[in-house]
Write a protein that binds this ligand. Structure first.
Ligand SMILES: Cc1cc2nc3c(=O)[nH]c(=O)nc-3n(C[C@H](O)[C@H](O)[C@H](O)COP(=O)(O)OP(=O)(O)OC[C@H]3O[C@@H](n4cnc5c(N)ncnc54)[C@H](O)[C@@H]3O)c2cc1C
Length: 533
């Protein structure tokens, strides 16, 4: 029997947290928040009472159009905590009118032509794992309707060039399918965001996604040789090159464009050989800032650990890889060319100089901290949905900051978010881990688990998130290191982005999408409209 995707939350329906696992989770919430919560079931999408679609597809697109409530409901939100709760509450305030599933570029082009002439907003949809409202059809009143343009039909790996180590991949290919296609060549993209199983290549490129590797080529940007996209004004294809100094990079215009300038249809992506040598360890620090100092020195050592993830004591405890008294640094090295034990040994020396104590070598395998962390990491999105169903809050947010301002930003975000949680929710925890480590800075990633109740979850989280975002911006950080801007980060992105950069982006938008139909409200407002976030 084929597995069914959840229409309202993460992943597969049959992998949801139920039974003993749900009871254990409720028990943990009771201990942490003083309230176990009461599980709710998701509504039947056919009973949501969605408004009748405002637009009908032209005959040429009828074969790829889906006006069913199930299809529209599943395409009218992403996967943020807010999205999940809205779907659980059956409150899709701005459902798309149609889902269009093009099978080739010609059908993508026909969709853009129709949308431009009929003033219908078109929202590119890859895997729908956006956590920033990037695929939510909240487009305002200036449109006759909205369509979700699902790229899942462009699902082929078209070529593998083993000599240059690159692959030509269609935008709708999901992470596991890409890896299955290149693995027989001994190659990998080496790009594994936590959402890897359900996120698409087009979505990665459009959001400048970051994988779980902590150093070196962290963002997918660095893996792009060339791209092909369709704009309402025609195709935009860049030359496939290992590097180029020819003016501003057209690839960089499309990377991070979040579906507002073009529909990315394919890309040449750089591959690397699969690692043959690995070495890993876990190190405990009494103090998070001591661990951060070690992470900084590791980042600046150019040892380039594949994994260099510092998890604070509370987060280690919540994920059952610590007792709550020490921060945990997960370290991993890998190479297809040479043993990496010497690199690990040098990294452990650096950690020791900062007071880090390495777990015994026998704890380095799958049953140790690294294995425990990995299992928790993969299961987390399902657990997050279960917390939402129990009526509480769990959500993450992230940033990046240079080392000279790291401690100030980290301290302020922890304090102000913690105060917001205490004041607004009454009980909860804020945790932090460093997900990516650069020579000049790092990416702190925060998790909030807080008490709430059905009906209050979204409003309470919005207040906490606003407090956290203000602290990030005031501390000099970016509103996002890799989750993208979408609709949800607009208020802070608009303040972070230089005014002239906004004008230049709007000029590019006018050149490529003169009818302004591509994902309005994301990155930019349509002329005469303020953001309907
Ligand atoms: C549990 C969970 C874990 C996550 N972990 C990570 C992580 O580790 N790293 C990370 O970077 N992100 C992470 N994310 C966020 C999300 O997975 C990424 O933003 C991802 O790149 C989105 O890919 P997608 O195919 O799902 O895109 P979608 O959600 O479908 O779309 C995202 C944006 O890209 C646009 N878009 C999609 N496809 C195209 C296309 N072909 N052409 C033009 N525009 C397009 C959409 O319009 C939208 O604005 C996570 C999300 C969840 C829910």
């Amino acid at each position: 029997m084929s597995r069914r995707r959840s229409w309202w939350g993460w992943g597969w329906e049959d992998a949801a947290v139920t039974g003993d696992e749900l009871e254990r989770l409720a028990g943990m919430l009771a201990a942490f928040l003083g309230d176990a919560g009461t599980p709710r079931a998701a509504p039947d999408p056919a009973r949501l009472g969605l408004p009748v679609p405002r637009v009908r597809p032209p005959d040429a697109l009828a074969a790829i159009a889906d006006a069913s409530d199930e299809g529209r409901a599943a395409h009218s939100h992403g996967q943020s905590f807010t999205d999940v709760v809205a779907a659980l509450e059956g409150d899709l305030d701005a459902p798309c009118d149609l889902v269009l599933r093009p099978r080739d570029e010609a059908e993508v082009a026909a969709t853009l032509d129709w949308c431009s002439s009929a003033r219908v907003a078109a929202i590119p949809f890859g895997g729908g794992t956006s956590v920033v409202g990037g695929v939510t059809p909240r487009v305002g009143d200036g449109y006759a309707g909205s369509v979700s343009l699902d790229l899942g039909g462009l699902d082929r790996v078209l070529e593998v060039d083993t000599r240059s180590r690159a692959a030509r991949v269609q935008a709708g290919v999901l992470g596991p399918a890409l890896e299955r296609a290149v693995r027989p060549h001994g190659l990998t993209l080496r790009h594994q965001p936590q959402s890897y199983e359900f996120a698409s290549v087009g979505g990665w490129l459009a959001t400048r996604s970051a994988g779980h590797h902590s150093t070196f080529a962290t963002h997918v940007d660095d893996r792009v040789e060339g791209m092909r996209a369709l704009t309402p004004q025609g195709p935009l294809e860049t030359r496939r090159l290992p590097a180029s100094g020819a003016g501003p990079s057209p690839d960089r215009l499309l990377l991070g464009s979040e579906g507002t300038l073009a529909v990315i249809t394919e890309a040449w992506l750089r591959l690397v050989p699969r690692p043959l040598h690995t070495a890993r360890a876990s190190v405990r620090f009494g103090d998070f800032t001591a661990g951060a100092a070690a992470a900084r020195e590791l980042g600046q050592s150019y040892l380039l650990p594949a994994i260099c993830r510092l998890v604070d004591a509370t987060e280690a405890f919540v994920n059952r890889v610590g007792d709550g008294s020490t921060s945990l640094l997960l370290l991993g090295f890998e190479s297809a060319d040479h043993p990496v034990d010497a690199d690990l040994a040098r990294a452990l020396e650096i950690c020791a100089q900062h007071g880090g104590i390495a777990d015994p070598p026998e704890h380095r395998g799958g049953d140790g901290a690294a294995g425990g962390w990995r299992s928790a990491f993969i299961r987390l999105p399902y657990v997050r949905d279960a917390v939402a169903r129990l009526g509480h809050i769990v959500e993450t947010f992230e940033t990046a900051i240079t080392w000279d301002r790291f401690e100030g930003l980290w301290g302020a975000v922890m304090e102000r978010t913690g105060a917001a949680v205490a004041g607004i929710c009454g009980a909860g925890v804020v945790t932090c881990r460093l997900t990516h480590v650069y020579p000049d800075g790092c990416a702190p990633y925060f998790t909030v688990i807080a008490r709430s109740r059905p009906g209050a979850q979204r409003a309470q989280w919005a207040e906490v998130k606003a407090a956290a975002s203000e602290a990030i911006l005031e501390g000099g950080g970016t509103i996002t290191h890799h989750h993208a801007v979408g609709r949800d980060h607009r208020p802070w992105y608009d303040r972070q982005r230089p005014a002239l950069a906004a004008e230049a982006l709007a000029a590019a938008k006018r050149a490529l999408d003169p009818a302004w139909i591509l994902n309005p409200g994301v990155l930019l407002d349509a002329p005469g409209q303020s953001s309907p976030v």
